[in-house]
Ligand binder design. Structure first.
Ligand SMILES: Nc1ncnc2c1ncn2[C@@H]1O[C@H](COP(=O)(O)OP(=O)(O)OP(=O)(O)O)[C@@H](O)[C@H]1O
Length: 383
């Protein structure tokens, strides 16, 4: 079987970068699909013996692909093209893809190269072949069924559907980021958004026991859910003992500051891991105003002591939008398994942290020293 694989943004890169990204895209697809590729003047043609379901499964999970089509191919010769349409249309009718008695149709032709016909002439010619076969009605402006004819120099590809894929950039074409992952809904979605932009991801989970239940199992499941979108780049997962730090915070800082200091500590631990992993940024699932800890002043105060860029790809998203993505990518069902919340959250958490006050408290509790102990507990987790 052959497929045209279309990419979006990769196509507007310089030839050198495009080749690099294209190679990464091919490598990622080949991680899970036994196939070969031909590059036909900017069109990637995938050739495989695998079943359609397997091909769809892989192409629907690889970032960098905008759409793809299963194709049939012949040489650019009117007779041969007509013969191919003669063979293809009855199959499509049999599979329920085209019902010439009820549906109108159009042929769309694109052409690259020098030929003794225009695209419109070829479309008209192919249309007459379909009419002769089926007697179907033509509707050029709003057809129920479209037959695409793509003429490329001496090869012609024919297909009937463009299947939308994920878009984005091939995973591994950008650097690595550290994604703070909780057991909730948002952080796996934030990690997914970074995969979409071509980043490789390392997940870091802060184990807040005894203030929360041990949620590592949920996080492991999310890591393997995210791995499906990271073909060609192994998702790494780390866990760190954070409960001892929280205990020191609860004992030595004003109660209302617990959540601010918790988050501030998480970013700094993530920064430590980022240096170890040669990662360039930290990612979290914050969204402005979603919970008390995510007011603008808290976002500022919690990030102040971290030098590395912190990206929050969901910062402007509504909860409903985030939940929709979580459902689509398959992380939602794991996220909503109840885990009881965090007992370290005070009755009245600070919602408008004063930066100067936070700085004073950070000094007073010797946050840097506390976090050094935490750093030593980072462990790699298999999933
Ligand atoms: N235990 C944890 N380990 C690692 N990162 C965490 C942890 N808890 C929270 N985070 C990070 O901080 C972000 C904000 O967490 P917070 O609990 O304030 O909001 P949330 O909307 O409940 O997030 P989520 O739905 O991702 O749990 C999370 O999206 C995640 O990136």
């Amino acid at each position: 079987m052959k497929y045209i694989v279309r990419y979006g943004e990769i196509g507007i890169k310089s030839p050198k970068i495009r080749r690099k990204f294209e190679n990464k895209l091919i490598q990622n697809i080949q991680t899970d699909l036994s196939c070969e590729f031909q590059n036909d003047q900017g069109r990637l043609i995938l050739i495989t013996d695998e079943e359609d379901d397997k091909v769809n499964e892989v192409l629907q999970h690889v970032f960098g692909i905008v759409s793809y089509s299963k194709i049939v191919e012949t040489i650019t010769d009117k007779e041969k093209i007509a013969q191919l349409i003669d063979k293809l249309i009855p199959k499509l009718i049999e599979n329920g893809k085209f019902d010439p008695e009820k549906q109108t149709f159009a042929v769309k032709c694109r052409r690259v190269g020098n030929h003794d016909f225009t695209s419109q002439e070829m479309a008209g010619y192919c249309g007459s072949v379909v009419i002769k076969l089926t007697n179907a009605k033509v509707n050029l402006s709003n057809p129920d069924f479209t037959l695409y004819v793509e003429v490329r120099e001496n090869k012609t590809y024919i297909y009937y559907e463009k299947i939308q894929a994920l878009g984005g950039l091939p995973v591994g074409s950008q650097g690595r980021v550290i994604c703070l992952i909780s057991s909730g809904i948002d952080s796996p979605v934030a990690a997914y958004e970074m995969l979409k932009r071509g980043c490789s991801i390392t997940l870091l989970h802060c184990n807040n026991t005894p203030y929360t239940k041990d949620t590592l199992d949920k996080v492991k499941q999310q890591a393997s859910n995210l791995q499906k979108y990271s073909l060609g780049s192994k998702v790494k997962l780390y866990s760190v003992e954070f409960g001892k730090y929280l205990k020191a915070v609860i004992e030595n800082a004003p109660p209302r500051m617990t959540c601010v200091l918790c988050k501030s500590g998480m970013y700094q631990i993530a920064e430590y891991l980022a240096h170890k992993q040669k990662a360039n940024a930290i990612v979290d699932g914050s969204s402005i105003g979603q919970v008390a800890s995510q007011t603008l002043s808290n976002l500022e105060a919690t990030r102040y002591h971290c030098r590395m860029p912190i990206f929050s790809p969901l910062i402007s998203r509504d909860k409903i939008e985030i939940e929709e993505i979580a459902k689509k990518i398959g992380t939602y069902d794991v996220s909503i398994i109840p885990d009881g919340g965090c007992s370290a959250v005070p009755k009245h958490p600070e919602t408008h942290a004063n930066l100067q006050l936070v700085n004073e408290i950070v000094e007073k509790i010797d946050q840097k020293e506390l976090l050094k102990e935490v750093e030593e507990t980072i462990v790699k987790i298999d999933f």
